[in-house]
Design a protein around this ligand. Sequence first.
Ligand code: AMP
Ligand code: ZN
Length: 125
Amino acid sequence: MTRYNPECIFCKITAGLIPATVLYRNDVVVAFRDITPVAPTHVLIIPVEHIRSLSELTEADSEIAAQILLAARIVADITGVLESGYRVVFNNGADALQSVGHIHAHLIGGRPMGWPPFAGHEVRH
Ligand code: AMP
Ligand code: ZN
């Protein structure tokens, strides 16, 4: 049975109830542009099914986990950052500033980035 949370903003995007700029989708995942991009390419890749965070992912979700990563490669290709480089980030839980409780990979690229990320000044949004 498909996990769906009617209160969840990302579930609403998968259902087409709120608009998003979708770059890629298949039966398992949807990739759409972040509404507040931090780089020229900033795309969120989410599973269609509502899973709150990586911490709730189980062995039964292995196809979902794989599809998120495979979609990252496809989105990197579509957005033209496959060769220049890109970062894939899962913010998970409070310390990581996860703000939407539906697993999402941020795919960020199109500009040089620093490492380690976010050292120093954290901004809670
Ligand atoms: P996180 O802080 O890791 O939970 O990331 C949540 C991300 O979702 C943020 O980068 C937001 O800009 C983004 N976001 C929130 N609402 C929307 C929306 N309706 N469409 C696209 N991106 C969104
Ligand atoms: Zn959801």
